[in-house]
Design a protein around this ligand. Structure first.
Ligand SMILES: [Zn+2]
Length: 164
């Protein structure tokens, strides 16, 4: 299980926090301030994206989260599996969605992209690695089980597998 596969490296839980970097997807140039995302209304101000009213004359440019949603290109993947999960599926997915709502209220770029069924469970994809990590941690804290992280630093992609 150890080693590299597709550029992914298994990370110990305590290391995940140090490794994740901030997303600079499709923003190779420095954004003007303030900039407003025409899709979701988030505002880039003082170096970060927040919710709030944009001042008149703000620049318009899609935020990284909306770019990713548009391109169907998530960075966070959380798989949920196991018998316990199947038996408590609705309740667990509720926890996942509540967690997203709480994070998104503070951090506009942290969103769930899709919740889809897989052969043996559910895959939750996110616009941000931090949200994927936090969802997986929240599941682990609430229900224990098995949790592992795989991180591809070159592309800043995080996979978290939770099963119980
Ligand atoms: Zn946006």
């Amino acid at each position: 299980m150890k080693g590299e596969r597709g550029g992914f490296r298994q990370l110990r839980r305590e290391h995940v926090f140090q490794e994740l970097v901030h997303d600079s997807y499709k923003s190779s140039h420095k954004l003007h301030e303030p900039t407003r995302c025409p899709e979701c209304g988030a505002v880039f101000h003082k170096g970060r994206w927040t919710w709030g009213a944009a001042p008149a004359g703000a620049h318009e440019e899609k935020c990284p989260a909306c770019h990713r949603i548009h391109d169907k290109f998530p960075v966070g993947y959380v798989t949920l599996k196991g018998e316990f999960f199947r038996e408590h599926r609705e309740q667990i997915l509720e926890l996942v969605k509540n967690h997203e709502a709480k994070e998104k209220a503070e951090h506009p770029l942290q969103r769930i992209m899709r919740i889809e069924d897989t052969q043996d469970g559910v895959l939750v994809t996110t616009t941000d690695t931090h949200l994927a990590r936090d969802i997986a941690e929240a599941l682990y804290h609430a229900h224990k089980g098995e949790l592992e992280f795989h991180y591809n630093k070159a592309d800043n992609l995080l996979r978290a597998n939770w099963s119980r």
